[in-house]
Design a protein around this ligand. Sequence first.
Ligand code: RB5
Length: 142
Amino acid sequence: MIALGCDHGGYSLMQVVKAHLDKRGLSYRDFGTFSSESVDYPDFAKKACEAILSGECDKGILICGTGIGMSMTANKFRGIRAAVVSDCFSAEATRSHNDANVLCMGERTVGPGLATMITDIFLDTPFSDEERHKRRIAKIED
Ligand code: RB5
């Protein structure tokens, strides 16, 4: 189950991502926002992160104007590793090296085609499970 959250700045791109997840038959829970009316991005990042930490969801996708505010909020939660991604290489690396569990993207920085490619890579790339990466991730939580 994928936790989704966006603000007004990411609302349109989130509709594209949702349609793509639907096409792939992937389950998600959408924590809003549900329109392009102005809202505060931390409210939606928090709901999605809480669903991951409770075990209801295993990954999250957060979208705002830049992805930055969403990632700043998400990374405040112990156990959340959120990455702002705007290229395919980073999407792969943040899964295989950082075991990122939240993908953040910016509607104002990433187009819909690239966003769906990044989403696929993020969802389909496993963590490498290599010792050096596990050690480094453990140090994030220290
Ligand atoms: C909203 O205007 C914008 O600040 C927000 O979507 C996001 O980019 C914050 O990081």
